[in-house]
Design a binder for this molecule. Structure first.
Ligand SMILES: Nc1ncnc2c1ncn2[C@@H]1O[C@H](COP(=O)(O)OP(=O)(O)OP(=O)(O)O)[C@@H](O)[C@H]1O
Length: 234
């Protein structure tokens, strides 16, 4: 259970509001977040695992305050970035997954076995010794997901996880994410993908302006964008 209580974020240098005080309970298995560029989607997503902290109000995950228990929260909430390079830091695929397992499995041999199994599960069983830089963008996103899943999170927050992928990889990674047996909260500009959820939030200028049925949310967002295009100062 993820709970926002009047959680607000401001730009550190200027104090300009990025997310206005927001109160939400997020407990549906599939939630999508849509909105214009710069509207505050990533900021909201980052609040969930403590990558961003509220300047006022609070965010709790499973009862843990993200401000006080960041490390514990991050074990419960896996985060998938748009660009997997942001989270792949080891030279090879196997080493990268092993790094994600370092706190979970002490024995190196066991860690190798578990990392190999994780790579097999995600379809990268033959890539263990391959340099991360030699993987395709789609393979890198799979590897990032494998790393996230090894920590057995309760929730995966994915910030535009398929934006950089071609159609084939987008479908593949999208299907894998949909099949996860845990809660998935996905920020997306793909309005078709956005409807594959129980609930969709529309963010505009740092506020949740719609929260509900995904198809209604997409219609709301289209109207909003149409109005802004016609009346740029609205
Ligand atoms: N650390 C920061 N300092 C100053 N401004 C910031 C900071 N982080 C985000 N912003 C600003 O806050 C606003 C919201 O950013 P955010 O990344 O949450 O938007 P977004 O909806 O995810 O955008 P996009 O769809 O383009 O990824 C933007 O105007 C951004 O420039």
């Amino acid at each position: 259970m993820i709970e926002f209580k009047e959680a607000a974020v401001v730009a550190p240098d200027t104090g300009v509001p990025i997310l206005h005080p927001t109160t939400l309970t997020l407990d549906e298995p599939r939630i999508t977040i849509i909105g214009a560029n710069g509207s505050g989607k990533s900021t909201l997503a980052r609040l969930i695992n403590g990558l961003a902290l509220p300047v006022s109000g609070s965010v709790h995950v499973d009862g843990l305050d993200t401000r006080k228990h960041g490390a514990l929260v991050r074990r419960k909430v896996g985060f998938l970035f748009t660009d997997p390079s942001a989270q792949l830091i080891m030279p090879t695929a196997l080493e990268d997954v092993m790094l994600s397992l370092r706190r979970v499995i002490r024995s190196k041999n066991e860690r190798v076995k578990a990392a190999m199994a994780a790579l097999e599960d995600i379809g990268l069983g033959d890539k263990g010794d391959v340099s991360v830089n030699a993987l395709s963008g789609g393979q890198r996103q799979l590897l990032a997901l494998a790393g996230v899943l090894t920590a057995t999170p309760l929730v995966v927050v994915a910030d535009e996880p398929t934006t950089l992928l071609d159609l084939r990889w987008k479908a593949h990674v999208g299907a894998l994410l949909q099949a996860l047996p845990i809660q998935l909260i996905e920020v997306t500009h793909d309005l078709e993908a956005a409807t594959k959820a129980q609930r969709t939030l529309v963010i505009d200028e740092g506020s949740v302006v719609f929260d509900g049925d995904p198809s209604d949310a997409v219609a709301h967002y289209r109207n909003l964008m149409f109005r802004k295009t016609r009346e740029p100062n609205a």
